[in-house]
Design a protein around this ligand. Structure first.
Ligand code: FES
Ligand SMILES: [Fe+2]
Length: 390
C-alpha cells in the first residue's frame, strides 16, 4: 500500500527524473486505454437510419442504427480513405455506401458487398473495413476500442452502473484538455475548493467542504484483482471536511452551515479506463458518473450522467423533468462548468511544459497517485499518437 512518504518520494522522483516514473503506461496513454469499452454518444442522439460520427481514442468512428441496433464502423472508405460521414448514404438497412465512388459495405462485418459504379467488380468480397463491437446500456452507446476480443461491458463500468432499478440521464460536451486531466480533476479531493462560490451549494443546500484532511491515510481502497479495477475513497468516513478556509490563522472563507444541509459525495471512486462515480451527488437521491473519453491528445469528450433508483415509469418521467429543469442548469452546467475551465486552464502545463515531470504533488494527491498506479499497471492496452501497445 502506498504511504504518504512514498507519495512525497514519488513527487520528488518525478521532478528530478522523468524516466523514473511509477506510472509509465499511464504517461504513455496520451490517447487513453486501448482494448476497453468507451461511451460514444447517448442512445437518443441516434434515430433509426441516422448516422453520427464520433472520435474515440483518435479513431474516427461512424455510428448508425439499423433495425434498432447500433452499428459502429471505421469512418474511412477502404478505396480512397474519405470519411463516409461527409455524406453517408444508405440504400438498404445495415449497409453504408460511400458518397465518392459508391463502394458499399455491410455494417455487420465491414465487408465490401457491392460497388454502385462498377457492377460485379473483382474487389467485391475481397476488402473490408473495421467494425467495432457496440453495446447500448443505461441510455449510452458504448464502443469497444481496440484489437482484442471484447470482454463484458460491466468490466469497464463502476459497480452499480448497470443496476436494473436505476434510470440514467446525461449530457456530453467536448473539453479542450487531455482526458487524464479530466479524470484527475474529478477524483481530486482538494479541487473542491474550486467550487467554493458555486450557486448549487446554496440552491440545493449542500454541505460541501473546501477540502478534506485525511484522518486515515491508508483507508483508500484499491480494487486491482478482478474487474472493474479502480480506487475508492470514502470521504465521509476517512476525512475531516474543511468548512473554514484559513490563511495565516485568519478565516478567509467560511461555509454558513446550519446543520440542516444535505450530505453528498460520501464516496468517490474512479475506474479503468477512466470513469468517475460520485455517490451521492448532486443530491442525496442521485449518483453522478463521469466519463472522460479521449478524442485527441488535447481534447476529451466529457459525459456527465446522473442516475437515480426508480420503481415505476412515473418515477422516470418525474426524474426527466427534474433533470432538465434543475440538474442540467444548476449541476451539470453551473457547477461542473468550473471543472471544465479548470481542466482547460491546466492543459498548457501538462501539454506544453512537461507538467507530468514538473508537477509537485502534496499529500492529498495520494488519491491521484493511486489512480495513476492502478491504471498504469492494469489497463489492457495503451494508446498514443504513435499507435497502440500492450
Ligand atoms: S473513396 Fe469511397 S468509394 Fe471511392
Ligand atoms: Fe469538481
Amino acid at each position: 500500500m502506498t504511504t504518504f512518504d512514498q507519495v512525497s518520494d514519488t513527487a520528488s522522483e518525478q521532478s528530478t527524473s522523468g524516466a523514473a516514473t511509477k506510472w509509465p503506461r499511464y504517461l504513455d496513454a496520451t490517447l487513453g486505454f486501448d482494448n476497453h469499452w468507451h461511451p460514444a454518444a447517448f442512445g437518443h442522439e441516434l434515430g433509426e437510419g441516422e448516422f453520427l460520427s464520433v472520435t474515440l481514442l483518435g479513431d474516427k468512428v461512424l455510428l448508425t442504427r439499423a433495425n434498432g441496433v447500433v452499428k459502429a464502423i471505421a469512418d474511412s472508405c477502404a478505396h480512397r480513405g474519405v470519411p463516409f460521414s461527409k455524406d453517408p448514404l444508405c440504400f438498404k438497412a445495415g449497409t453504408v455506401s460511400c458518397w465518392y465512388h459508391g463502394w458499399t459495405y455491410d455494417l455487420e462485418d465491414g465487408q465490401l458487398v457491392d460497388v454502385l459504379t462498377s457492377p460485379g467488380s473483382p474487389v467485391i468480397g475481397q476488402i473490408s473495413i473495421k467494425v467495432y463491437p457496440v453495446q447500448e446500456a443505461k441510455g449510452l452507446i458504448f464502443v469497444f476500442v481496440g484489437t482484442e476480443e471484447a470482454h463484458a461491458l460491466s468490466e469497464d463500468l463502476p459497480p452499480g452502473f448497470l443496476d436494473e432499478d436505476t434510470h440514467s440521464l446525461g449530457i456530453r460536451r467536448t473539453v479542450q484538455s487531455n482526458w487524464r486531466l479530466g479524470v484527475e480533476n474529478g477524483f481530486d479531493t482538494t479541487h473542491i475548493f474550486l467550487h467554493r462560490n458555486s450557486a448549487l451549494i446554496e440552491s440545493n443546500r449542500l454541505a460541501l467542504p473546501y477540502g478534506f484532511v485525511p484522518a486515515d491515510r491508508d483507508a483508500m481502497q484499491v480494487f486491482d484483482d478482478g474487474w472493474p479495477k479502480g480506487v475508492l475513497d470514502r470521504l465521509a468516513d476517512n476525512y475531516m471536511p474543511v468548512f473554514e478556509a484559513k490563511f495565516d490563522g485568519e478565516t478567509v472563507f467560511a461555509a454558513n452551515l446550519t446543520g440542516e444541509e444535505k450530505k453528498v459525495a460520501a464516496q468517490i471512486s474512479v475506474w479503468v479506463p477512466g470513469v468517475l462515480k460520485v455517490d451521492p451527488f448532486p443530491d442525496p437521491t442521485l449518483i453522478q458518473y463521469e466519463f472522460y473519453v479521449p478524442i485527441t491528445e488535447t481534447q476529451h469528450e466529457y459525459f456527465q450522467v446522473l442516475q437515480r433508483k426508480i420503481s415505476s415509469p412515473g418515477d422516470a418521467e418525474a426524474f426527466a423533468v427534474e433533470f432538465e429543469e434543475t440538474w442540467v442548469p444548476d449541476a451539470l452546467h453551473a457547477f461542473n462548468d468550473d471543472d471544465v475551465w479548470a481542466r482547460e486552464a491546466q492543459q498548457n502545463f501538462y501539454g506544453e511544459r512537461d507538467g507530468w515531470n514538473n508537477e509537485q504533488l502534496f499529500p492529498p494527491d495520494l488519491c491521484i497517485v493511486k489512480w495513476r498506479m492502478v491504471a498504469s499497471d492494469r489497463a489492457r492496452g495503451v494508446r498514443s499518437a504513435r499507435g497502440a501497445k500492450a
